[in-house]
Design a protein around this ligand. Structure first.
Ligand SMILES: C[S@@+](CC[C@H](N)C(=O)[O-])C[C@H]1O[C@@H](n2cnc3c(N)ncnc32)[C@H](O)[C@@H]1O
Length: 290
């Protein structure tokens, strides 16, 4: 295991950043320089530009905090969990314990949903996010569409609380509501856009997940049942009563699940089913245009 470097109060910021990046890189934590920057920003309270222009200044009282952050990162705690926030679709969101740390891959779902809403010319869309987690998708959609109203549902009380915090943090609380419940069971009414990034890891894959995921993301956010498709089977039936005519559904999927999820939606009578790829060129979103 890579040893945690010692940081002293009289070390210049630029040197501390270089040494931290080197230690992270040696431990295989990439992109090491970016991670070092985020940890140093959080430890010092300085922004990216200040770190660049004031690199000769000394760590001072931040040395202890940086030492603590470095030790935690080198023992496998993800950066966003250490600093307590994540950047998602340009929003700075709180990452709470027992709530999924939102992933950059999910931004493609937001892009797809916004594109479909625009293409359909929908105004004042009513949005439903099933398994809202930190509120990442819901906040991004409401932030991008000031005419929209949204509801987020989650079974986890911690996720519901985190979404509430993030809606308020983004100035969206007046247009976003949170309901604790089991998927759509407690919902009535219809929505123009239904989005979900459900748990989609199969039981066979759960044990083989990266340790950083297994140790820090809640199993409720990962476990998609025996074959990873349980939520999609339920959605294929349940979403029919919740989607308005001409409405749109966007579901995140695991990158190997495109054909299976598309097939089970088609078998349940949905038409207009297509698959979108993420920035790495892998299947990531199933879109349904009814
Ligand atoms: C993969 S996470 C997605 C979180 C967030 N939407 C995101 O993209 O970062 C799946 C979410 O579904 C929630 N969930 C799991 N089972 C659920 C159920 N039966 N009813 C409602 N939410 C559920 C989990 O608590 C978790 O927050």
């Amino acid at each position: 295991m890579t040893e945690t470097p010692n940081f002293a109060a009289d070390e210049p910021l630029s040197a501390a950043r270089r040494r931290l990046a080197a230690a992270l890189s040696a431990a295989g934590k990439e992109p090491a320089d970016l991670e070092a920057r985020f940890l140093l920003e959080a430890a010092t309270g300085l922004g990216a530009l200040a770190l660049l222009t004031r690199g000769d200044e000394l760590l001072g009282g931040a040395a202890k905090q940086l030492q603590n952050f470095a030790a935690r990162r080198l023992t496998g705690e993800p950066v966003n969990r250490i600093i307590g926030t994540a950047n998602f679709f340009g929003l700075d969101l709180v990452v709470a314990p027992k709530v999924l740390d939102p992933r950059a891959d999910t931004e493609i779902l937001v892009e797809t949903a916004l594109e479909l809403l625009a293409r359909k010319g929908m105004t004042k869309p009513r949005i439903l996010d099933l398994g809202v987690g930190s509120g990442a998708i819901l906040c991004a959609l409401l932030d991008s569409r000031p005419d929209a109203f949204g509801v987020g549902v989650d079974l986890s009380p911690e996720a519901c609380a985190a979404t509430q915090i993030n809606l308020a943090r983004c100035g969206l609380a007046a247009r976003g509501k949170v309901i604790r419940g089991d998927w759509a069971a407690a919902l009535a009414g219809r929505f123009d856009l239904i989005v979900s990034n459900p748990p989609y890891i199969s039981h066979a894959e759960l044990g083989g997940l990266d340790r950083e995921v297994r140790d820090h993301d809640p199993v409720l956010a990962l476990d998609g049942g025996a074959d990873g498709l349980a939520p999609y089977r339920l959605f294929a039936v349940e979403l029919k009563r919740l989607l308005r005519p001409e409405g749109v559904v966007c579901l995140e999927i695991g990158w190997t699940q495109g054909a299976e999820v598309a097939a089970l939606l088609s078998a349940a009578g949905w038409s207009g089913v297509s698959c979108r790829r993420d920035r790495a060129g892998r299947d990531r979103v199933i879109a349904v245009e009814s």
